[in-house]
Design a protein around this ligand. Structure first.
Ligand code: PLP
Length: 436
């Protein structure tokens, strides 16, 4: 496959844009480096690059594009919004419509506030939790990604009872010391951390179904135990549903039928993003009324945004949710994902390549290993070189995946059986080539 234009553009981009990319996960650093593919246009489940090559896409722009690219209903909504002026700096009726839709789908949200990204949403939940509890520390789980704000870009210390260390240059150690990281799916780790730091812990934050070291389900009882331990300690529970909102069904992971005991796993605050903006920048946070009433202009916790709730993003979000309300939408994504994951596993087995697949409805992750992946340690303990080789072979055969062994594959409402057949053919050839 000729990608010479992408290579030229990458050289040009390197001169002007740091690393040639505007978000590090778009680079190919995690799969051996080199020029990422420069895409020119996209429609449905397909991309075309600057050299005219076509790809079947499973990146979905890291999740938001669940209806496929340029969905006509969403495109019409964005066009209408553009014609009416994209930004007013005043409230609009559209915001109320989207707020009601989101609240109806996720009942733990008494009140919401729209922001521009998942990072902002998470950052704001932490501020509000601190304002409400008067405490400063946060407990998070290893491998969960909560955006790039200082407080959550912190790695585990050497054990569950140690304080965090910065995961990036530019983050003061004093900030990292406000964060404690414990292993996902480990109630013992959480208990130990709460025993040690409990009086200072404002909130326990988690991706209720993990999307950032693969797709990883909480073990039965984990979320329930986590909520109980946090609440018994006077701490709030924050769910980061930036990836999971509207991903597995029309709602959040917190009310997804695949999780038991819904009454016992209700968070106090939820951060959202990605899907419900229909591909335009969006985020939101919300939760219990008395907690959200801490936020300005009602309360003392300040949070604001010039672009927040802009009519373009809100219109795209409403249109996207309308598409997702269609009958059988999630069932069809799941049917295709089952066909795809069954076929991938059979193909990998045929070539003697160890492959663990974690799938929930239309989203799944592929781990090159022969053990289950239930936490970050297990996700790290997988063959990154095999993934990188698979990634490149698939790309050369016109299949676009995320360039990291930790990222998920996302089905969209635009994928078809033909796409799955073509992807399985490419996978069979890729696994064969990996063994040559
Ligand atoms: N939280 C989770 C769970 C995410 O996966 C992400 C992004 O991937 C974020 C927060 C940050 O969202 P954004 O990139 O929109 O700032």
């Amino acid at each position: 496959m000729n990608r010479s234009t992408s290579e030229q553009l990458y050289q040009e981009a390197l001169k002007h844009i740091v690393g040639g990319v505007n978000s590090p996960s778009r680079s190919f650093k995690a799969v051996g480096g080199g020029a990422p593919v420069f895409m020119k246009r996209a429609s449905g489940a397909h991309f075309w690059d600057e050299d005219g090559n076509r790809y079947i896409d499973y990146l979905a722009a890291f999740g938001p594009v669940i209806t496929g690219f340029a969905h006509p209903h969403i495109t019409a909504a964005i066009t209408r919004a553009a014609e009416n002026g994209v930004l007013y700096g005043t409230p609009t009726a559209l915001e109320i419509t989207l707020a009601k839709m989101v609240k109806e789908a996720i009942p733990s949200l008494d009140k919401v506030r729209f922001v521009n990204s998942g990072t902002e949403a998470v950052m704001s939940t932490i501020r509000v939790a601190r304002a409400f509890t008067g405490r400063s520390k946060i407990i998070k789980f290893a491998g969960c990604y909560h955006g790039h704000s200082d407080l959550v870009l912190v790695a585990a210390g050497s054990g569950p009872s140690t304080l965090g260390i910065p995961d990036s240059a530019g983050i003061p150690v004093s900030i990292a010391h406000e964060v404690i990281t414990v292993p996902f799916n480990s109630l013992n780790g959480l208990r130990e951390a709460l025993n040690r730091w409990g009086d200072d812990v404002a909130a326990v934050m988690v991706e209720p179904i993990v999307g950032n070291f693969g797709i990883v389900m909480p073990k039965p009882g984990f979320l329930e135990g986590m909520c109980k331990l946090a609440h018994d300690n006077g701490s709030l529970v924050i769910y980061d549903e930036v990836i999971t909102n509207f991903r597995f069904h029309y709602g959040g992971a917190q009310n997804y039928a695949g999780l038991d005991n819904h009454e016992q796993i209700v968070p106090d605050l939820t951060a959202m993003g990605k899907i419900f903006g229909g591909g335009l920048p969006i985020g939101a946070y919300g939760g219990r009324k008395e907690i959200m009433d801490q936020v300005a202009p009602l309360g003392p916790a300040y949070q604001a945004g010039t672009m927040a709730g802009n009519p373009a993003s809100i219109s795209a979000g409403i249109a996207c949710l309308e598409v997702l309300q269609g009958a059988g939408v999630y069932e069809e994504m799941e049917r295709l994902a089952i066909r795809l994951t069954d076929g991938l596993k059979e193909s990998a087995d045929r070539h003697g390549i160890p492959l663990t697949i974690n799938r929930i409805r239309g989203a799944f992750s592929t781990h090159f290993c022969d053990h289950p992946v239930t936490n970050y340690d297990e996700a790290q303990d997988t063959d990154g070189e095999a993934f990188a080789s698979f990634f490149r072979h698939m790309l050369d055969r016109g299949i676009n995946l995320a360039a990291s062994k930790y990222e998920a594959w996302f089905l969209t409402t635009a994928h078809t059986d033909e796409d799955i057949d073509a992807t399985l053919e490419a996978a069979e050839a890729s696994f064969r080539a990996m063994k040559e």
